[in-house]
Design a protein around this ligand. Structure first.
Ligand code: ATP
Length: 211
């Protein structure tokens, strides 16, 4: 848990997002402090993914204000892209890419990256380095997706259902590594799993677009 006076690195004010006539996010406010592990939970369709996609600049917002490290998700998209690590709900990779090729590709995409070798054991991918992506299990694919977020030496990580396909032991290992090796990183988690909540400092409950 970070100090109460740690600076805010994510600020969301009166955020609204509509798809046509349907309002998926209905005016929500929250902020996340530096170093905090912050959870967003809620039922299917509550607006969790929409909210994080607005933070990531993947969706334009209908109303309200969002700042990440003081940056505007869309106007400052280039700068922001180098500073936040994102694991998407679905990672789409070519079937015939090998795990080691995928990790090396991710590392090459960013100005600042950490050597991907450091992540291989942490994520339990050592014996799959020469395997094709399409031969991996759901949980192994998810670990490749987590590697994609971690390889970028980013101050903020945003995970959308990052651990939904992991068994309890793998989730525990990954969460404990995240917390011990990167204590100054801010992590925002969207999750359905009650087990993930034991690792978070604070939880925001979204339901039907409301807090
Ligand atoms: P889940 O737990 O199922 O992943 P969620 O809380 O992440 O759900 P969102 O994906 O944010 O929910 O969806 C919120 C609402 O917005 C849902 O009712 C969904 O059908 C709707 N929605 C999401 N994306 C679009 C879109 N591109 N066009 C229209 N409606 C959308």
């Amino acid at each position: 848990m970070p100090a109460m006076d740690a600076p805010s690195v994510i600020e969301v004010k009166a955020l609204r997002k509509s798809y046509g006539d349907f309002e998926a996010v209905r005016g929500i406010d929250f902020s996340v402090r530096e170093g905090e592990i912050f959870g967003i939970v809620g039922p299917n369709g509550a607006g969790k993914t929409t909210t994080v996609e607005c933070l990531e600049g993947l969706r334009d917002i209908t109303a309200g204000e969002v700042r990440i490290l003081g940056l505007h998700p869309q106007r400052d998209a280039r700068a922001l892209k180098q500073r936040i690590g994102i694991q998407l709900q679905e990672s789409i990779l070519p079937d015939r890419i090998k795990v080691k090729e995928a990790l090396s590709l991710f590392a090459a995409l960013y100005d600042r990256s950490i050597p991907y070798e450091e992540l291989v054991d942490q994520l339990g991918l050592r014996e799959k380095m020469n395997s094709y992506y399409d031969s991996l299990s759901g949980g192994q694919k998810q670990r490749v997706g987590i590697a994609r977020a971690l390889v970028k030496d980013a101050k903020i990580l945003i995970f959308d259902e990052a651990t939904s396909a992991l068994d309890g032991e793998n989730e525990r290992k990954i969460m404990q590594n995240l917390m011990s090796e990167m204590p100054d990183r801010t992590i925002l988690f969207v999750t359905h799993r009650p087990s993930t909540l034991q690792y978070v400092d604070r939880v925001l409950l979204l339901d039907n677009g409301h807090l």
